[in-house]
Ligand binder design. Structure first.
Ligand SMILES: C[S@@+](CC[C@H](N)C(=O)[O-])C[C@H]1O[C@@H](n2cnc3c(N)ncnc32)[C@H](O)[C@@H]1O
Length: 597
C-alpha cells in the first residue's frame, strides 16, 4: 500500500494566502517559498499594517511554542505590526492538493494574535473568523484613542506642573532662555506670564520625553548601562539621580540630543525647590504608563503634545501636521513607482535622501520612515530575497537615521523631539549621527551686515552650507582654523541630490498683519523681510504669497532630476494671484501626480 502524499507547510501556507485574498485582504498577499529560515510564512497588508502568519502542523514537535516564538520575534523586530501564530490540523498534510483550500476554509485552526498590545491567547476559528479577529485588532491599533488618551493624561500633568512652578519666576526665565524663547523687549505682564508658563510646560515635556526614551532604552536597548525608571521609586533625590544618569548616557553611550537638553533643564531648576520632587515623580509615573502602551509610541505622541502646548500658548503660531495627513501623503508618495530604485536593497537605500526643511517635531519624516520600511519589507518578500530578519530591519533603521533623513527647523526643542520620535522607532539600534539641524533665525547681536542676518532654512538660498550655533551630534562639528588656534565649528549642510522633499512649510504671508517671521520683534522682522526679498529675487517665488512659496522654490533647487516634492500648501496655490510664480515653477518643471484637497 502506498503512503499518502504529505504536504509541506509552505504548500498549505500558499493556499491560506489565496484564501485570505478571496476574503478581500489587500492584493499584497504573499506567500514566501521558504528557502531561508528567516522569512515569514504568509504576509499581507491589512489597512496599512503589515501582517504575518506563521504556521505549523499540529503534529510537529512543540508546534504552538515554535509558531508563537516566531510570531513574537516578527513583531518585536518590526518586520510586521501584527503576527498570527497558527497551528494547522495534521490531517491537512495528507489532503488532496485540489481540496486544500476548501478544507482549510471550513477548518477550525488554532491561532494566537500578537501585536503591540497583549497576545489574544490561543483560540480556534476558521480562516474567515481569524480575519475578523485581525480586523478587530487592527481597529484597536489604529484608533487614535490610544495616542489621544496618553496625550491628554500627560498634558494634564504638565498643566499641574506649570501651576506649581509658575511662582518660581527666576527658574522659568532660565528655562525660557534655555529653550529658545527669550523675553521680547517691551513684553507686557500677560505676555511675560504666558512665556514663562510655556517654558515650564515645554521643559516638563522635554523631561517626560527623556524619561520615556530612557525606559525604552532600558527595556528594548542593548546597553545594560541604562537604568529602568523603577530605579527611582524609592529615591530621596530622583531629580539629582536622573540628571547624573542622563549625563552618563549622553557622554558615554549616545543620544545627546535627548539627554543633554534633559540634563540642562534639570540643572536650571534649583535643587532647593520644593516643587521638583513631586513634578519629577508625576512625570516618571506618566512615562511608565506611556511605555506600557507601545503603540502610542509608534505615533509621534510628543510632537502632538508639543504643538498643542504651543498652540494654546499662542507661541510662534506653529501648526502641527496631523499624523493621519502625514501618513496619507507619504503612503501615496511611496505607492508610486520610483524608477530605478530598489527599496529592498539596503545598499541602494543608503543614497536615497528625504528632506524636510521645516520639520517641526518630525511628523512628516516619521511618516516617511514608516512608508519606506513598508516598501523595504514588501519588496524583500515579493522579490524572494534570501532573508528578512530583525537585523535587516535594524540595518534599515540605521540607514534611515544616518543617511536618508534630513530635517531642519528653527525651534531647538522641536528638533530635539524629532530626534527622539525617530529614535523611538527602534530603540535597540545604536546610530552615530542624525542629519537634524537647528537653523538660527534673527539678527545676531552687534551685526551690521545684511548677509549675516539669519533666515532659518531659507539661509540655504544660494549656499548649501550654513554656520549654526550648536550641533546635535559631535559628528556635525568641524575644526576651524582661527589664526593659530583651532576652534570647533558646526555647519548645517543640505544635500543637492534630494530624492524627496516633503514639507508643511509655514504659511504666513507678508501682507495683512505682516506676519512673516512673526515670532520676532518688529524691528528684526522688518530687517529679515527686506533681506528675504533681496535673497529670493532669483527664485521662482513670491514673498507676497508667503514663506510657503519661497520654501517650494528652495526645495526645487536641491531636488535631483527625477526627484519628487510632497508639500502641504494653502489652496490659494491653485488660483491666488500671488502664487503665479509657484504655479509656473510646477508647470514648467514637474508632472503633478496627486492633489489632495
Ligand atoms: C506647519 S509647521 C510644520 C510642522 C511639522 N511638519 C510638524 O509636524 O511638526 C512649520 C514649521 O516651520 C518652522 N519654521 C518657520 N520658519 C522657519 C524658517 N525660516 N526656517 C526653518 N523652519 C521654519 C516652524 O518652527 C514650524 O515647526
Amino acid at each position: 500500500m502506498t503512503e499518502p502524499y504529505r504536504h509541506r507547510e509552505e504548500i498549505v501556507n500558499a493556499h491560506l494566502a489565496i484564501l485570505l485574498t478571496r476574503h478581500g485582504v489587500a492584493a499584497e498577499a504573499e506567500t514566501i517559498h521558504q528557502s531561508g529560515q528567516h522569512r515569514p510564512d504568509v504576509m499581507f497588508i491589512l489597512g496599512g499594517l503589515r501582517v504575518i502568519i506563521e504556521g505549523k502542523f499540529s503534529d510537529a514537535a512543540g508546534a504552538e511554542d515554535a509558531v508563537m516564538s516566531d510570531a513574537l520575534s516578527r513583531v518585536k523586530s518590526g518586520i510586521c505590526h501584527i503576527a498570527v501564530a497558527l497551528v494547522y490540523p495534521k490531517d491537512i498534510r495528507t489532503t488532496d492538493t485540489s481540496q486544500i483550500e476548501k478544507i482549510l476554509s471550513t477548518s477550525r485552526l488554532r491561532f494566537n494574535i500578537i501585536s503591540e498590545t497583549e497576545p489574544t491567547g490561543w483560540a480556534e476559528a476558521t480562516p474567515s473568523g481569524i480575519l475578523s479577529a485581525l480586523r478587530h485588532i487592527h481597529g484597536v491599533l489604529i484608533k487614535d484613542d490610544i495616542v489621544a488618551t496618553s496625550a491628554k493624561k500627560l498634558s494634564e500633568r504638565i498643566e499641574l506642573i506649570a501651576d506649581l512652578w509658575i511662582g518660581e519666576t527666576a527658574t522659568s526665565d532660565r528655562l525660557s532662555e534655555r529653550l529658545g524663547m527669550p523675553a521680547k523687549r517691551g513684553e507686557t505682564k500677560d505676555e511675560q506670564k504666558a512665556r514663562r508658563k510655556t517654558a515650564i510646560r515645554v521643559a516638563s515635556l522635554m523631561i517626560a520625553n527623556a524619561l520615556i526614551f530612557q525606559e525604552q532604552l532600558s527595556s528594548h536597548g542593548r546597553d545594560n548601562r541604562v537604568d529602568p525608571l523603577q530605579t527611582y521609586d524609592k529615591s530621596a533625590d530622583p531629580a539629582g539621580e536622573i540628571r547624573n544618569h542622563w549625563h552618563e548616557i549622553w557622554t558615554k553611550i549616545n543620544y545627546r540630543p535627548i539627554f543633554e537638553i534633559g540634563e540642562k533643564i534639570l540643572q536650571d531648576i534649583p535643587t532647593s525647590s520644593r516643587n521638583i520632587i513631586p513634578a519629577v515623580r508625576w512625570l516618571i509615573e506618566e512615562a511608565k504608563a506611556i511605555c506600557a502602551n507601545q503603540s502610542a509610541l509608534r505615533h509621534d505622541l510628543m510632537g502632538r503634545i508639543y504643538h498643542w502646548l504651543l498652540y494654546h500658548s499662542k507661541y510662534l503660531g506653529t501648526y502641527y501636521t496631523a499624523t493621519s495627513s502625514a501618513t496619507l501623503l507619504l503612503k501615496l508618495v511611496f505607492a508610486k513607482e520610483w524608477e530605478g530604485r530598489d527599496f529592498g536593497s539596503l545598499k541602494k537605500l543608503s543614497d536615497f535622501v528625504v528632506a524636510d526643511l521645516a520639520c517641526g517635531t518630525g511628523t512628516l519624516l516619521m511618516a516617511a520612515a514608516q512608508a519606506i520600511t513598508d516598501r523595504f519589507v514588501v519588496s524583500r518578500v515579493k522579490t524572494g530575497r534570501k532573508k528578512l530578519a530583525a537585523a535587516d530591519l535594524g540595518d534599515l533603521h540605521k540607514i534611515l537615521m544616518e543617511n536618508l533623513l534630513y530635517g531642519y527647523d528653527i525651534l531647538p526643542t522641536a528638533v530635539n523631539l524629532t530626534s527622539s520620535t525617530l529614535g523611538m522607532l527602534a530603540p535597540n539600534i545604536t546610530y552615530h549621527n542624525m542629519n537634524l539641524f537647528v537653523m538660527p533665525m534673527g539678527v545676531p547681536a552687534g551685526t551690521k551686515k545684511a548677509n549675516s542676518l539669519r533666515l532659518g532654512s531659507l539661509d540655504f538660498i544660494g549656499r548649501n552650507g550654513v554656520d549654526i550655533q550648536f550641533s546635535l551630534h559631535d559628528r556635525q562639528m568641524f575644526d576651524r582654523q582661527t589664526g593659530v588656534a583651532i576652534e570647533k565649528d558646526t555647519k548645517a549642510v543640505i544635500p543637492d541630490n534630494i530624492d524627496l522633499c516633503v514639507m508643511n512649510p509655514p504659511f504666513v504671508r507678508s501682507v495683512g498683519g505682516n506676519l512673516l517671521f512673526g515670532s520676532l520683534p518688529d524691528k528684526e522682522r522688518a530687517k529679515l523681510q527686506t533681506e528675504l526679498k533681496k535673497r529670493s529675487k532669483d527664485l521662482q517665488a513670491s514673498v507676497t504669497a508667503g514663506l510657503g512659496s519661497v520654501f517650494l522654490a528652495l526645495a526645487d533647487k536641491y531636488l535631483r532630476i527625477g526627484g519628487r516634492l510632497a508639500f502641504i500648501l494653502p489652496v490659494a496655490l491653485a488660483t491666488g494671484e500671488a502664487w503665479g510664480k509657484s504655479r509656473r515653477l510646477l508647470a514648467d518643471g514637474y508632472h503633478i501626480e496627486t492633489v489632495i484637497v
